[in-house]
Design a protein around this ligand. Structure first.
Ligand SMILES: [Zn+2]
Length: 213
């Protein structure tokens, strides 16, 4: 169903991934900046500082140390575990901001009934709390999972606190741009989690780079 504007496709800027060294469309990648010798993920865009780009893939996050050291020097912490942890935290902030933005735009249907209705009408994404329970196993949600229109995120209590309700198990996003960005953040958080919890590489010495294999 996606339509692609050939003009906008031509205008897409390309960037080189510091993880795998391949060039790709910048909008599909994550931007990092270095400020005060600290690497930060600039997921909302617009942060000042020297930047680099990274695919939201586990292999690219885990392999970014050498590229980041080359780009920014060895004084910055480029260990995959801390990079992964920073990415997960940045994704959490970004997802919260995106959900609030959708809420403000009245493009968020909160709660099972409203969300299932919106999904039936073709909402591009449903966000399901990791502890959502029965609703997560419903056929309506299963269809969205099969279509790639569902992400698991956070918990009922945390989503509720964010959206000003006691508890939110599920919500549907009707804004295509916000939905696409949320899917990208889920992918990025998974990549960050994989890097952050990769104890086999982090074991022993923090200074050992994965390229030393
Ligand atoms: Zn890459």
């Amino acid at each position: 169903m996606q339509t692609r504007d050939p003009n906008s496709a031509r205008r897409k800027p390309e960037r080189t991934c510091v993880g795998c060294g391949q060039r790709d469309d910048a909008p599909g990648m994550l931007r990092l900046v270095v400020a005060d010798a600290e690497i930060a993920f600039d997921l909302a865009g617009g942060a000042f500082g020297r930047g680099a780009h990274l695919h939201p893939r586990p292999a690219c996050v885990e392999g970014a140390a050498r590229g980041l050291a080359r780009a920014f020097g060895h004084s910055v912490d480029t260990a995959p575990t801390s990079l992964g942890q920073r990415l997960v935290e940045a994704c959490e902030r970004r997802v919260a901001g995106l959900l609030l933005a959708a809420h403000r735009l009245r493009a968020l249907e909160v709660g099972a009934d409203a969300a299932v209705q919106a999904m039936g009408r073709g909402a591009p994404l449903v966000v399901v709390a990791a502890d959502a329970g029965a609703i997560a196993r419903s056929s309506a949600v299963a269809r969205c999972v099969a279509d790639g229109r569902a992400i698991a995120w956070s918990s009922k209590d945390a989503l509720g606190a964010l959206l000003g309700e006691a508890s939110v198990a599920i919500c549907a996003v009707r804004h295509p741009g916000i939905a696409a960005e949320l899917k990208k953040m889920r992918e990025a958080a998974d990549a960050g989690l994989a890097a952050a919890t990769d104890t086999s590489k982090a074991k022993g010495a923090g200074c050992r780079s994965p390229e030393a294999r």
